[in-house]
Design a protein around this ligand. Structure first.
Ligand code: HEC
Ligand code: HEC
Ligand code: HEC
Ligand code: HEC
Length: 413
């Protein structure tokens, strides 16, 4: 599976897809003369505040240049630089910089005497904070579920070598620059749905630790889950009170949230925030289902929180399911031609959702139920999804897509 050329389309309804690699590196080299002043002739930034572009994915470079040009990514230095570039210029300079190795080494097949290789990589500056590179690596590789931090490795790849063209490589990037960007995503002065979500939960110490890890990723040994702590799951509601209230639910959803019949959704291990939202909306009628309306009606706000906490605290025991390669492809990469975004962007690489944003977990959910929901969204009979997030996607899915996706999701572990 080397070099999987998948480009994931991230973002809410943002369907512009990554361009095919159609820049001209030779033309880009000439056009990149002005860029070299800061980013180095070989794409290695001449100082720590200038990001390395060497070996970065061309698609990602183009996307950033467009964002600087449009002003959706703000930087006083880059705005005028990008303003001067045509679409073709962007493709060309991107092709040029991406042709180098991540360390600024000459492009494969290029004359080794290429003058661009003469710029010396900037030495890593000593970290300002006493940061813990191992803790940084642990967070990078394992995330921290309790704090809503998705593992970075899922999107940025092992040691920062991303296989997904729209996700930037972080390997060999200046740590100072990585830290600055994480702070910008956290402050939401730089916008990207996934990164704002992830960085929003990082502390300054986490950011410093991740920076320290990128000083030299090869210097950090194997790590286990973050800081070795097995955090105890905490819930907004009261699990014990919820269990008592859940007695009426067991006939359909199972005593521990694992249903016996496939038409009923599994609730075990589902995100608490998502469960609360659904129950409140069944009760208000915003999610229209006659059976669940009756079940939710007698629940008070506290009952809803408690029942949600109870089911969220249970362990999902997925029924055996046969996976689908077609479903996997659509889930991971979407289909840019048909404007279908990748499900992975919101439901996660392992299908466990992002509960802080009330994006549901769908891994191991019953295929029958998933299929029914995608059909309901497609016909807009389920319309409680914020900003029509799911309706806009489902409307583009064929019956075959829906079956393939349902099978893939049900078989996800
Ligand atoms: C005067 C210095 C300077 C020049 C010249 C310059 N840049 Fe930049 N560039 C920067 C800085 C500073 C940033 C980081 C902005 C930030 O912190 O968000 C940056 C960021 C970028 C990024 C985003 C990198 C990432 O990893 O997200 C790209 C792409 C880029 N520049 C391309 C170019 C190109 C192409 C040119 C030439 C047309 C150019 N730059 C010229 C200073 C410069
Ligand atoms: C769900 C996928 C996803 C996850 C998880 C994720 N990222 Fe990102 N990250 C992205 C995308 C997409 C971008 C590019 C955003 C853009 O286009 O401006 C990005 C951009 C970045 C950048 C800016 C790179 C540059 O060259 O400017 C940094 C730094 C970064 N991520 C670090 C992290 C860290 C650290 C974590 C884990 C704590 C993480 N990311 C988790 C998808 C992800
Ligand atoms: C008679 C069977 C039945 C009973 C009893 C029942 N449910 Fe349901 N539940 C369903 C059905 C059917 C659906 C799917 C509704 C749809 O298609 O939108 C559902 C859906 C749900 C969902 C949404 C799941 C998701 O993934 O979006 C939640 C949450 C839920 N039920 C919680 C409860 C709770 C809590 C109780 C007890 C207070 C309960 N249910 C009792 C049949 C039942
Ligand atoms: C932009 C984010 C986003 C993307 C991309 C996305 N989803 Fe969703 N999905 C959501 C949200 C949010 C909900 C819950 C809506 C609500 O609050 O009821 C949801 C709900 C669902 C549900 C119902 C889960 C349940 O328990 O009832 C299914 C099934 C689903 N999505 C499948 C998919 C598939 C398949 C794709 C890709 C083709 C996809 N989603 C892409 C955000 C997204």
């Amino acid at each position: 599976m080397k070099n999987v050329l998948i480009s994931i389309v991230f973002g809410l309804g943002m369907l512009s897809h990554a361009n095919a690699f159609d820049g001209d590196a030779a033309a880009g080299k000439t056009k990149a003369a002005t860029c070299a002043g800061c980013h180095g002739a070989n794409g290695i930034g001449i100082a720590d505040n200038y990001p390395n572009l060497a070996g970065q994915h061309a698609d990602y470079i183009v996307k950033q240049l467009k964002a600087f040009q449009a002003g959706s990514r703000k930087d006083p230095v880059m705005a005028p630089m990008a303003a001067a570039l045509s679409e073709q210029d962007m493709q060309d300079v991107a092709a040029h910089f991406s042709s180098f190795g991540r360390d600024g080494s000459a492009p494969a097949g290029a004359a080794s005497a290429d003058e661009s290789a003469s710029a010396t990589p900037a030495a890593a500056a000593p970290a300002a904070v006493v940061a813990d590179a191992s803790a940084g690596k642990a967070l990078y590789e394992h995330g921290d579920k309790e704090r809503g931090i998705t593992a970075c490795v899922d999107c940025h790849g092992k040691d920062g070598n991303s296989k997904v063209l729209i996700n930037p490589n972080l390997a060999k990037q200046h740590p100072e620059y990585i830290e600055k960007q994480l702070k910008a995503f956290k402050a939401e002065s730089r916008h990207n749905a996934s990164m704002n979500q992830v960085a929003g939960n990082l502390t300054d110490a986490d950011i410093a630790n991740i920076g320290a890890y990128f000083e030299d990723t090869s210097a950090v040994g194997e790590v286990k889950a973050s800081a070795g702590k097995v955090a105890v799951k905490s819930f907004v509601g009261d699990v014990a009170a919820g269990k008592a209230k859940a007695a009426t639910c067991t006939a359909c959803h199972g005593a521990d949230g694992n249903p016996m019949v496939a038409m009923y959704p599994a609730l075990a291990g589902q995100g608490e925030a998502y469960l609360i939202k659904q129950l409140a909306e069944f009760k208000s009628g915003q999610r229209d289902n006659a059976v669940m309306a009756g079940m939710a009606a007698p629940l008070s706000d506290d009952d809803i929180k408690n029942v949600a906490a109870y089911f969220a605290s249970q362990t999902l025991k997925p029924a055996a399911a046969k996976t689908s390669n077609t479903g996997q492809k659509l889930y991971v990469s979407g289909d840019a031609k048909r404007g279908i975004p990748a499900c992975i962007a919101c439901h996660g690489i392992n299908g466990d959702g992002m509960d802080k944003a009330a994006f549901p977990s769908i891994a191991g959910q019953s295929a029958t139920y998933i299929k029914s929901q995608l059909e309901l969204f497609r016909e807009a009979k389920r319309d409680n999804d914020r900003n029509a997030m799911m309706r806009n996607i489902a409307i583009k899915l064929s019956d075959d897509d829906i079956s393939a996706l349902a099978n893939y999701m049900a078989a996800m572990k």
